[in-house]
Design a protein. Structure first.
Length: 157
């Protein structure tokens, strides 16, 4: 049963990605859904994602973990990556840009281009990683949770 749930989410994310690929980043969310309630839901989901990424960057891994769905495939890998990166990287700064959002019912796909700056331990050498990640979020009882992630891993050490 849980497998069918994830297959549905993966299918929804592919559909949303194909819709977003046809639109410019600034117009994607508006061209797909223009109602105020849908935009409010997208903004709530985006705010949750930004909160989780800020908690990760500040080293508050246990707080960032609360936003991951318990049944999420790959959940432990993400948690392990968060913990390893904070052992190997200090002063993490995340810069987010080119945000594209799309929505179906209680599921929102957010695609973000990011830059991650940090000091590598033990040399304390400054490094930069860049990538693009698609986050799939769902809302249960007005609480947004991350249920899927594809693309470049922003949490990788």
């Amino acid at each position: 049963m849980a497998c069918l749930k994830y297959l549905r989410m993966i299918l929804v994310s592919f559909v949303l990605l194909s819709v977003c690929a046809c639109a410019t980043p600034d117009k994607a969310a508006v061209s797909v859904y223009s109602s105020a309630s849908n935009l409010a839901m997208q903004n709530d989901a985006k705010q949750m994602l930004i909160t989780m990424l800020n908690q990760y960057a500040q080293g508050e891994i246990s707080l960032a973990q609360q936003w991951l769905e318990e049944d999420m495939m790959g959940r432990q890998v993400i948690i392990d990556n968060m913990q390893q990166s904070h052992v190997q990287q200090k002063q993490i700064e995340l810069k987010l840009s080119d945000t594209t959002m799309a929505q179906t019912n209680d599921t929102v796909m957010i695609q973000i281009t990011w830059e991650k700056r940090f000091l590598r331990i033990p040399t304390m050498q400054a490094q930069l990683k860049q990538g693009k990640t698609q986050f799939l979020l769902t809302s249960k009882h007005a609480i947004w949770k991350l249920v899927g992630m594809s693309g470049d891993n922003v949490f990788a050490p």
